[in-house]
Design a binder for this molecule. Structure first.
Ligand code: A2P
Length: 323
């Protein structure tokens, strides 16, 4: 098709994300926030520890300056074993652009405690920053920086799009904020959220998301449990398995050129999701979501992790934040 074809142009057009503030506070001049909430955001019997930490940033330049989908920085107090002060760590903002308080003065994040064994001597490995943040008590102060992030954002024309949000683990954080923001602005916003976790007990914000789904007919909340059977039948699955399981609905959603796809979570999730996208929309429909570094996506059937890393880039209607 020639480039002047309007349908092709629409498929290639990047949505307008509007303006963003970047680094209102740099790591050299952090702002001082205050923790106002720290609560478990998984069910009581979860195997991991994930906390919803809300920070009052009203006395910082982050106030009113962050947007859903952006990240902010935290500089843990103290110094490392080498005596050097801790460096900034980035955390996804889990709040809508209006903040937890509706006025942009409180932002929240979703922090998982990193606890593991050292691979060499099996001693306990205790992630410094995540545990420091999770240990903070109400009233404690925290040095904050940012915000950062220019593209993992909602478009300015929110009502002009349909949304597919795909999260693994704490990748749910930005989508909590985005879903809250979209539904507050438009009661019937068309949003599908798929969350992948190992067990149902690890689902974060599950009650809140189920309540939103019950209230808003355009919001679908689907889960993919990777180490257990699904509530609605079927064996363990990764979130891309959900795309296949409801293939007809997703084929329709993805063929719509208003649809924006967002991925957040483990880097490995890209492979499965990209392969399913290719299966569902075919080579022509795929150009809106993915393109090739050298102009040729090659034989989709032959994609593997290495090819995807080397060759596949997000297209105009796909936003990926993976780590
Ligand atoms: P699993 O660990 O069972 O392989 P968390 O961060 O809480 O561990 O959750 C991450 C979720 O993402 C888990 O359910 C994990 O499954 C799943 N996961 C791991 N690798 C992939 C992948 N390549 N694609 C999709 N999901 C994945």
């Amino acid at each position: 098709m020639p480039d002047s074809d309007p349908s092709t142009t629409a498929a290639r057009a990047e949505p307008d994300f509007g303006s963003v503030v970047m680094n209102a506070h740099s790591p050299r001049e952090p702002g001082i926030g205050t923790v106002i909430e720290s609560s478990r955001c998984t069910r009581a019997k979860a195997t991991g520890f994930v906390r919803h930490v809300a920070i009052d940033v009203s006395q910082t330049k982050l106030a009113g300056a962050f947007r859903a989908g952006q990240s902010f920085g935290v500089i843990p107090d103290g110094a490392g074993a080498d005596g050097k002060p801790h460096k900034v760590r980035l955390y996804s903002i889990a709040s809508p652009s209006q903040g937890e308080d509706g006025a942009g003065n409180v932002l929240a994040t979703t922090v998982k405690r990193t606890i593991d064994e050292h691979w060499n001597d099996h001693r306990l490995f205790y992630g410094m920053a995540s545990n420091w943040l999770c240990d903070l008590q109400i009233g404690d102060q925290v040095r904050v920086t940012g915000p950062v992030g220019k593209r993992f954002l909602l478009p300015t024309d929110q009502a002009g799009h349909r949304y597919l949000f795909l999260a693994t683990g704490t990748g749910i954080a930005p989508f909590r904020g985005m879903v809250m923001e979209l539904l507050a602005a438009n009661h019937s916003a068309d949003i599908t959220l798929i969350v992948g976790v190992p067990y149902a007990t690890e689902l974060m914000y599950d009650e809140q998301l189920r309540a939103l789904e019950a209230k808003h007919s355009g919001f679908r909340y689907l889960t993919a449990i990777s180490r257990h059977e699904q509530d609605d039948g079927g064996g363990p699955m990764y979130l891309d398995g959900r795309l296949s399981r409801h293939a007809d609905a997703f084929r329709e959603l993805l063929a719509d050129q208003r649809t924006l796809v967002y991925l957040c979570g483990l880097a490995g999730m890209e492979i499965g999701v990209y392969l399913r996208l290719a299966e569902l929309v075919g080579p022509d429909g795929l150009t809106g979501y993915l393109h090739a570094a050298d102009g040729d996506l090659g034989d989709l059937g032959q994609w593997d992790a290495a090819t995807i890393r080397k060759q596949v880039r997000p297209g105009p209607r796909l936003m990926a934040e993976v780590y």
